[in-house]
Every structure is written in C-alpha cells, then in structure tokens.
Design a protein around this ligand. Structure first.
Ligand code: PMP
Length: 440
C-alpha cells in the first residue's frame, strides 16, 4: 500500500512516470492525452527541452536565495516581463508558490493598503457564488463554494457573495444581455449599500470561471460595469487569473479581453506550466506606493518567495510562449476545438451547453437538454466521466459547482498550447466515448 496521503483516500491512481509533449505515461506504459493540463497548468506540455535546460542551468548556478537577503536575476527578469505585458497600472510583482498563496497575498495586501491610508474599517470582501479562489483558509473564505466552506466555518474573513455572471443564455433566457448586466450590477450595488461602502475592501472574481463551472466567461460589458462600481465606491478590484490567465484564453491576461485593468491580479498554474511551483500577485502602483511610503513593509511572506529555480522555469515558459507565437496558436486551436465540440455534442441529448475562450472550454452535462435540468448530484457524473476518460487514455477535468443551488456537472478542457489539429480530433473522440460510457 502506498504511504502517500492522497486526497481521495478511497481511490487508486496510476503512477505517472514520464511526459511526452501533450502525453503523460504511467508505470504500466499507458499513455494519457492531457486535455486539461492537469488543472489548466501544463500549457507547454510535459517535456519541453528549453524549459528543462533553463531549470538545470539555474540549479547549477544558484537554486535558491532567501528573499529577505536577496533578489535574483530570474526573479527580476520575470517581474519585468510580467509588468511589461500586464494590464495598465500593474507595476509590481509579488512572487509566491501557487494560486492560493497568490490570493492570500492579494487579500492581505488589500487589507494593508487600507490600513496604510487610514481606512481601517474597510475589511469586508465581496466575491461571487460558484467561485473558487483556493484552499488555504483566507482563499477558501473568498470562494463561494458552499460545500468546500462548510466544514471549516467560521472562516477568517468578513465575506459576502453575490451572483456570478453566466455567458450561458439559458440562465437568463428572458432578458437582454444589457438588462442582465444591469440586474447583476444592481445586486452588487445593493449589497455594497447594505454593508456600507466605507466598510468594503475588495471585490474578487475570476474573469472566466474555471474549477467550479468549467470555462464560463462573463457576458459583454459585465466587468466594465463592475470596475465602474468598484471605482465609484473606492473598492479594490482583485481579478483571480490563476486558472484563466497566462495565455489560456488567447491573451496573456484574460482581463485584456474585458477591456479593464485591476488593482491586483493573481496568477499561477500556466505561469510555470507545472515545471516548477510558482504563483504571483500583480500589484498596482497605488497599492505598492501606499505601502512603500507608509510602513514600508508588507506584513506577509513565505520561505520560497521568488524561488530562483521556479522563476527561471517560469521565465523560460513565458519566453517560449512568446517566441513560438503560442498565443495566436491558442486562438486558432481554440476555434478548432470549439468547432469539433459543437459538431460532436451540439445535438447530444445530455449536453446542455458548450462555451469558453481559447483553449479553455467547458461542456455542461444535463439530464434533460430542453429544460437543462442537472443530473442528480449523488451520481457524481462529472467524476465518472473523468474516470471513464482515464480508461480511454484521456485526461479531462471534472468541474463541479455543488453549491447553494447545485449547478450541475461540467467538463473542463484546457489542453497544452502545443497541440496539433489531430490531437483535437483525438480529444473529442475520446471524450465522446467517455461521456457515453459514464452516462447512467
Ligand atoms: N484561484 C483559482 C481561480 C483557481 O482555479 C485555483 C486552483 N484551481 C486557485 C486559485 C488555487 O490555486 P492552487 O491550487 O495553486 O493553490
């Protein structure tokens, strides 16, 4: 028996031993086409020689230097790269080791910002239901995912949650897009009024919802409206791009497609593409300057901030994304994947919706195609699809919003950017077989 404490203690997993581009290979020699990048992580596939070389060079030169004594060259270069490509106003980068840490840092930075500028009562955070922002206690509190939160209540932050914004037409069938945006804006305004705008610190949202709903972008104009509300009330906007950022949707930052910037943006996953654990919080000049000119010290930190090897890996990943023109490739392949999904599943009796951007696509599985009624939660259908897909030699991610108001079963696809068209056919074929095998 393995001594690994695995999260799913009743399940057995194959042992992954090697990677080959978009494939993972287990100890029995079985090959799995990675159609989800693990969890939207492995954007360069699994054996990129340029990244491998960058890591080994860095390890030989200097693996690690503690950030309270030094910065390092890869850390400085990676920060320069990110700021050069980030939405307007984001001018500093705080490095961490993953997505939850990036969210924790953003929340604490927002809090410290208001302390520094003499508004200590601004503590309340508003986020959205059906969201996931990480599993550490602060990030868990921010997420609007009832079943994850419940066992750990009372949580650490003063939080409230408002409705998410669905790009799926059937969620707001009798309204225009503009009216839908206005309804969500009115709900947020009302919540802010109830809390007292002077008490609200931040609004947190994923530009494209990933882990809970499966690649759901907001409708047109929603984020511009949110930005405007935050600005009017002096509330900070934190965009969580841990899953949808770093090129996944076809632009380096998903916020670019919304035409807005943010006060803080969190990234991870695709930043290091799984070659090293790394995340980051991008910080606006206003927040950085308030802390720099105030106490001069951000009251937060971890041992592996700006880990030299992790930064070298992420820098090599991002240079590869740029030099190989992979953002354009994400857009083209994303269209190709969408077309194939539409062809294969648009008439499927148990597929309620197909949506997404770039190489970030989701399928909603429903019991009834017309009413969009979900399957019974006890079936764990998306989990069954995941296991059936593994039997078909395919990795797909079971996104599930089992929440205040169950939101059904969703399958998330987030494959590496380095695929070719034949891999898209393979993904859709294998997924089709897995769904049909898993259906009750
Ligand atoms: N935010 C979002 C939007 C995520 O999707 C995730 C991970 N699924 C996290 C935060 C947490 O990241 P990590 O698992 O690296 O801590």
């Amino acid at each position: 028996m393995s001594h690994v404490f695995h999260r799913h203690l009743k399940q057995q997993y194959p042992t992954a031993v090697a990677g080959d581009g978009p494939w993972l290979i287990d100890s029995q020699g079985r090959r799995y086409l990675d159609a989800c990048g693990g969890a939207a992580v492995s954007c360069l596939g699994h054996s990129d020689s340029e990244v491998q070389e960058a890591i080994s060079e860095q390890v030989q030169r200097l693996a690690y230097a503690h950030s309270s004594f030094f910065t390092t060259e890869p850390m400085e270069e990676l920060a320069d790269f990110l700021v050069a490509h980030a939405p307007e106003g984001l001018e500093s980068v705080y490095f961490v080791s993953g997505g939850s840490e990036a969210v924790e840092a953003a929340l604490k930075m927002a809090r410290q910002y208001f302390l520094e500028i003499g508004q200590p009562q601004r503590r309340h955070v508003v986020a959205r239901r059906q969201s996931y922002h990480g599993n550490t206690l602060g990030a868990l509190a921010a997420g609007g995912n009832a079943w994850r939160r419940k066992p750990f209540e009372p949580l650490l932050l003063e939080m409230s949650h408002v409705s998410p914004c669905y790009a799926w037409r059937h969620q707001w069938a009798d309204e225009s897009e503009a009216d839908y945006v206005e309804r969500l804006a009115a709900e947020l305004e009302e919540r802010i009024e109830q809390l007292g705008p002077e008490n609200v610190m931040a609004f947190v949202a994923e530009p494209v919802v990933g882990a809970t709903l499966g690649a759901v972008p907001a409708v047109n104009g929603y984020f511009r409206r949110i930005r405007e509300i935050c600005d009017r009330h002096g509330i900070l906007l934190i965009l969580d791009e841990v899953m949808c950022g770093m090129g996944r949707t076809g632009s380096l930052f998903a916020a670019e497609q919304e035409g807005i910037s943010a006060d803080l943006i969190t990234i991870a996953k695709g930043l290091g593409a799984g070659y090293q654990p790394i995340g980051a919080t991008l910080v606006s000049a206003r927040i950085r300057d308030a802390i720099a000119n105030g106490s001069g010290f951000f009251q937060h930190g971890h041992t592996y901030i700006g880990h030299a090897t992790a930064c070298a890996a992420a820098l090599a990943v991002q240079q590869a994304v740029q030099s190989r023109g992979l953002l354009a490739r994400v857009r083209t392949l994303g269209e190709g994947l969408n077309q194939r999904l539409q062809q294969r599943f648009a008439e499927h009796p148990h597929v309620g919706d197909i949506r997404g951007r770039g190489l970030f696509r989701g399928l909603e599985l429903v019991a009834d195609r017309d009413s969009k009624a979900p399957f019974d939660a006890s079936l764990n259908l998306n989990g069954r699809v995941k296991m059936a897909a593994m039997e078909q030699g395919l990795m797909c991610y079971p996104a599930g919003g089992t929440l205040d108001g169950r939101q059904g079963d969703h399958i998330l696809l987030a494959p590496p950017f380095i695929l070719d068209e034949s891999h898209l056919d393979e993904i859709v074929d294998r997924l089709g077989r897995a769904i049909d095998q898993a259906l009750p």
